[in-house]
Write a protein that binds this ligand. Sequence first.
Ligand code: GLY
Length: 353
Amino acid sequence: MHKVTVNLDKRSYDIKIEKGLLAAMGKEARKLSKAGKAAIITDANVDSLYGAKLQKTLEESDFIVERIVIEPGEKSKTLQTLGDVYARMAAFGLTRSDLVITFGGGVPGDLGGFAAATFLRGIDFIQVPTSLLAQIDSSVGGKVAIDLPTGKNLVGSFYQPLGVLIDPDLLTSLPKRYLHDGLAEAIKYGCIRSADLFAKLQGIKDDEELLANIEVIIKECCEIKARIVENDEFDTGERMVLNFGHTIGHAVEKYYNYETYTHGEGVGIGMVALTGKTEQLGITEKGSTTLIKDVLQHYGLPTEAVMEKEEVLKTIALDKKKKGGEITIVILEKIGKSRLLKIPYKDLTHYIG
Ligand code: GLY
């Protein structure tokens, strides 16, 4: 088993990563909580594959279990679904000494985590992420949220879990597109903090080799994220480097109504677009854009999207990352080294292709 600790004083917790961990989730959850009841918040896809297995292992460790199942996909991350989830938590009789287990990708993790953060003013929760994107990013660091019609993650909180339990075997049932979607975030970690991780991802031959190495890749990504979150839990400085590629990426996702590009695909497009520009401006080491493009293409990820520059700027203008007349963007000096750059919003046009 690999273990990564997120050191946040009294709210510190471990991320445990092990193939086959699903069967031991009950014991692991029991080490973290004395709760009588555990509500699993999951989506219909994950529930049909693994819901009964998770319930069984929790029951074997003496939890009384209820599965609260939402529809899969970002369209469920709404106030309406959250209201339904609260109603189910209340009907189950969940108290402040009980437990929520979020089980799935970013949607059950974010919405379920926000439900845990707010129901009865906060009850304990454990993240059990099942997509690569959730295992290396969204389940770590305590950001929980729902979307509003005006944008993603606009209502949320920082609420750390008791622990994150990762079974990489669950990735074998993930459609390849979503495995690669998560890899875009792994490539991002390589870009912002680790040339070694970037090189490892460049060197992997195929999906078989990828899955054979996935435990270590997940651990390295979680370690990078944990160190960043420890330094800036509330996202006022260093944590923003995690948004490399995201400003343009979010705009691409939104412009195409979240129907054409997945989150990771948008991030990949964003990393290439911005680095292409910063390379031209002499900020980023020459050749970096080609390296990023090549590794994305190696995993079948798109590297560009058809979108008018004016549309990109308009969509970014609505993004919550814009503060007053300024916007902070994340740029690379070279692969493995990033920094924040605060620019007047009017200058953003120079950083968009
Ligand atoms: N996913 C970015 C963050 O956790 O800050």
